[in-house]
Design a protein. Structure first.
Lengths: 123, 718
């Protein structure tokens, strides 16, 4: 079955190449530009994996992550933080909150593809 | 009758009766029995004549003895008192003693000597004045330099008693005091007063200073090259102060005191915050733009045969992001990030110690502390401990666990610690609200949010919980681990060389009062507050009220006129004309002044830790005691009374009024019957009394209080 990926970022210039990249790798892709939109899309789109930015308008990425992890229905969704916040304490916090991986911007496309396929293949 | 008079009369009577009897007894003893009976016969026969002779003899002898006392004994007693007065206190004083011829001759000679003595004293005083003025010049120079400094400077001895401070410190910490005395309202229990001889720990946290001093000097007094020497505290006006602690060691490396340097960093903090924010934003933008460029280029390279439309979109992304990177560099925001050091100093702190302090400070029960010994963080211990206490309080109030466990460890070069409790976890929005709350210190809100303080410490927090029947929840904190210090951060230390530099002429560090037992200390070493009140009348129990209080401090035998307390009081009643004639305070002068209930708390703080001195103190103390019920303010300081002390020193002088004593001591009273004028005069008198008291063997407070109690005037009770 084709896996679905939700890209959550408020920078369209990042969403666009990522979306292309993921589609080229055979995933179905949707995108959201805020925390609130991400949660709506979770229910409609039911993704297998989320590429999640931390600094979002409104509900931030950490909180989206917490909300996902609090709902047993979404337990299987993989979360990769994809963010410009690169401090060690941010990464540690993200992982504690239940993220599966953490990628800091700027990233190599191959790094994202590798992490995504690794996480989705494990299932 | 005075005790002394009783003694005099006993001596006189003894002389008059015992002497003749004794003579007779000696004579009687020398006679043979035949001669004795012969004598008895003669006495019996001439008893009438003998009786008259005896009365005449006793009368004459009585007059002689009285004359002897009046002309010689009493004048000599006064002579000895007044000689001490000339010798020790007032060389201008001249003897004016009535008495016999010999006494007059002595008085004449003594007065002649006194004239020469006065001239000598004047000469000596002139020389001393010259030397003093030199010293004073140096002292003023130092004071002037200190007062011009933008920082507050405060020097303490090893006990934390203030030896020297500049104007800036006073502004930082006495600000509230000033505001209150103007508006007349007072009570703020945090109000603290800076003054010579006062404890510095009323304005800064003792633990904070000691923590640093210990870290710097080490327990053995050896210099250690670790740890910074700063912390941040609050001024009374609510600004953030950076405090640098500089220990002072003598040439033998013994710790004898410390210097505190205060700098207002409120403004810098805001600027630094701005810089921090700009940097964070820039980093975020750079990362985002380069991510877009890199991702797009990599896609183009990886998929060379992508369709034309897709390729154009990626080219546009690369172009736009490149432009926005260039724009980012052209804005001034780069320039504002000069290479500036943060003015908020973080010190290397043992995590365990931080929580031990918190454990002591907060009432919230921490039942278990599970923290390894070797974890260090960079933190402002004072502020950061308040952040933790803030979170503990919030959890306690809003979730309600009865107690906490603190657990910590290391994970990937990060220090991680948990505030653990059993029960529900903190909700997401709850935690966000807590983080947006303002920092509070000593009941005052700081212009900083908890989140900003966390950011300054590079700390992150999140809620965490382990599900299960006994749900365990926690707030988990992440902080960078503390690495070694760079050379720049090594603190300063002052070591006095054996020969002092010229401008340093205070004997500042020798006055440490080691003994807590005031009673046994020499009077000259104690701190006093001399005070006086003006009242509506002389009957404290008949409704008379205080209308003015003046007070001034004496430290190390010096009257500190610049550290005074002067306050008019609205007595809430009319002032009788008779009393206006004495003190000159009119009804309209006192209208709008604070009531006694507002003044006494401030006065109590001013006099705290000192011995009260007043002339006829019983009256003033009674005035204040009568307010005890209404205000709850009780003055428990020891009290010395110059009236009683004068009676002890000069029992043969009849007049112990303030004027009479001042005249004897050669002191002029400026502003008699104003609270301030009278209390300065009382202070000057008291200082001059100290050597005279020492001569009489009254050396300690205990001696002085004991002697006062015994003194005749002590029986006057208001």
């Amino acid at each position: 079955m084709t896996k679905k990926i939700l890209i959550v970022d408020d920078e369209p210039n990042i969403v666009l190449p990522l979306q292309f990249l993921m589609e080229q790798n055979g995933y179905i892709v949707d995108e959201a530009s805020s925390g609130e939109e991400a949660i709506e899309k979770l229910m409609q789109f039911e993704p297998d994996l989320i590429l999640l930015d931390i600094m979002l308008p409104g509900i931030d990425g950490y909180e989206v992550c917490e909300i996902i992890r609090l709902n047993p229905k979404w337990k299987k969704i993989k979360i990769i933080f994809l963010t410009a916040r690169g401090r060690d304490v941010d990464i540690a916090k993200g992982l504690v909150l239940g993220a599966d991986a953490y990628i800091t911007k700027p990233f190599a496309n191959s790094e994202v593809v590798q992490k995504v396929s690794q996480l989705l293949d494990d299932q | 009758m005075k005790k002394r008079m009783k003694i005099q009369w006993t001596v006189k009577i003894a002389l008059l009766f015992l002497l003749p009897c004794l003579l007779f007894a000696v004579l009687w003893n020398a006679l043979s029995p035949a001669e004795r009976s012969f004598l008895l016969t003669i006495l019996e026969k001439n008893s009438g004549y003998l009786l008259i002779a005896a009365i005449l003899f006793i009368g004459l002898a009585g007059i002689a003895v009285e004359a002897f006392f009046r002309n010689l004994v009493l004048p000599l007693q006064r002579l000895s008192e007044e000689l001490a007065l000339i010798g020790i206190v007032n060389p201008k004083h001249r003897l004016q003693i009535e008495g016999g011829d010999i006494v007059q001759r002595i008085v004449k000679s003594v007065n002649a000597i006194a004239i020469r003595f006065e001239a000598m004293v004047k000469y000596d005083e002139g020389r001393i004045r010259n030397i003093k003025s030199k010293v004073e010049k140096e002292r003023n120079f130092l004071a002037a330099v200190l007062s011009e400094l933008p920082e507050g400077v405060l020097i303490c001895n090893s006990d934390g008693r203030i030896l020297l401070y500049n104007q800036k410190v006073k502004i930082f910490f006495n600000g509230i005091e000033k505001r209150n005395s103007m508006s007349g309202s007072s009570d703020n229990s945090n109000e603290s007063i800076v003054g010579l001889g006062r404890s510095v720990y009323s304005i800064v946290d003792k633990n904070q200073i000691h923590h640093l001093l210990e870290a710097m000097t080490g327990k053995t007094g050896q210099r250690k090259k670790n740890d910074a020497s700063h912390f941040v505290t609050m001024s009374n006006a609510g600004s953030m102060l950076r405090v640098e602690v500089v220990p002072v060691l003598d040439h033998g490396n013994t710790f004898i005191g410390f210097v505190l340097i205060f700098k207002d960093i409120t403004h810098q903090l805001h600027t630094a915050d701005g810089v921090y924010e700009t940097m964070q934003n820039m980093a975020k933008k750079i990362r985002a733009s380069s991510a877009g460029i890199r991702s797009a280029i990599e896609a183009i390279q990886e998929y060379p045969d992508m369709d034309r439309g897709q390729l154009d979109r990626f080219r546009t992304i690369i172009y736009n992001e490149a432009v926005s990177l260039a724009e980012l560099l052209e804005t001034n925001s780069m320039d504002s990030i000069a290479d500036r050091k943060s003015e908020w100093p973080l010190i290397r702190l043992k995590l365990k110690e931080l929580f031990e302090t918190i454990h002591v400070k907060t009432k919230i029960p921490i039942k278990h502390l599970d923290i390894p010994d070797d974890l260090y963080i960079w933190a402002d211990s004072y502020i950061f401990s308040h952040v933790i206490i803030y979170f503990l309080q919030k959890i306690h109030q809003e979730i309600g666990p009865p107690d906490f466990t603190i657990r910590s460890g290391i994970s990937d070069k990060l220090i991680v610690f948990d505030l653990l409790w059993s029960g529900q976890p903190a909700k997401i929005d709850m935690l966000r609200k807590w983080q947006d709350g303002n920092m509070e210190l000593l009941g005052e809100k700081l212009p900083l949010t908890i989140d900003e303080v966390m950011g300054r410490h590079d700390a992150e927090v999140c809620a965490y919980s382990t599900p299960g029947p006994e749900m365990e929840s926690s707030l988990r904190f992440f902080m960078p681990m503390c690495e070694d210090l760079s050379e720049e951060q090594i603190r300063r230390m002052t070591i006095l060389s054996q020969s002092r530099p010229e401008y340093f002429d205070f004997d500042l560090f020798t006055g440490a009062d080691r003994s807590p037992d005031q009673d046994k200390l020499p009077l000259s070493k104690l701190r006093y507050t001399v005070f006086d009140t003006e009242t509506t009348g002389l009957d404290p129990d008949g409704g008379d009220e205080i209308i003015s209080i003046g007070a001034v401090r004496i430290v190390s035998g010096r009257l500190l006129k610049e550290e005074c307390f002067e306050q008019l009081v609205d007595p809430k009643r009319t002032i009788p004309r008779a009393s206006i004639l004495i003190h000159g305070i009119q009804q309209e002068t006192i209208s709008g002044q604070p009531a006694i209930a507002n003044v006494l708390p401030r006065f109590q703080r001013f006099v705290s830790d000192t011995i009260l001195v007043a002339h006829n103190a019983a009256f003033d103390m009674r005035m204040m005691q009568n307010k005890e019920k209404d205000t709850g303010i009780k003055f428990t300081n020891p009290v010395l009374d110059t009236l009683l002390l004068s009676a002890i020193l000069h029992p043969n002088q009849k007049d112990h009024t303030l004027e009479a004593i001042a005249e004897r001591f050669g002191i002029s009273i400026e502003g008699r019957h104003t609270a301030m004028g009278d209390c300065i005069a009382t202070g000057k008198i008291f200082i001059r009394m100290l050597p005279l008291l020492a001569e009489k063997g009254i050396l300690t407070l205990e001696d002085a209080l004991h002697a006062s109690k015994k003194s005749y005037y002590a029986r006057i009770k208001y």
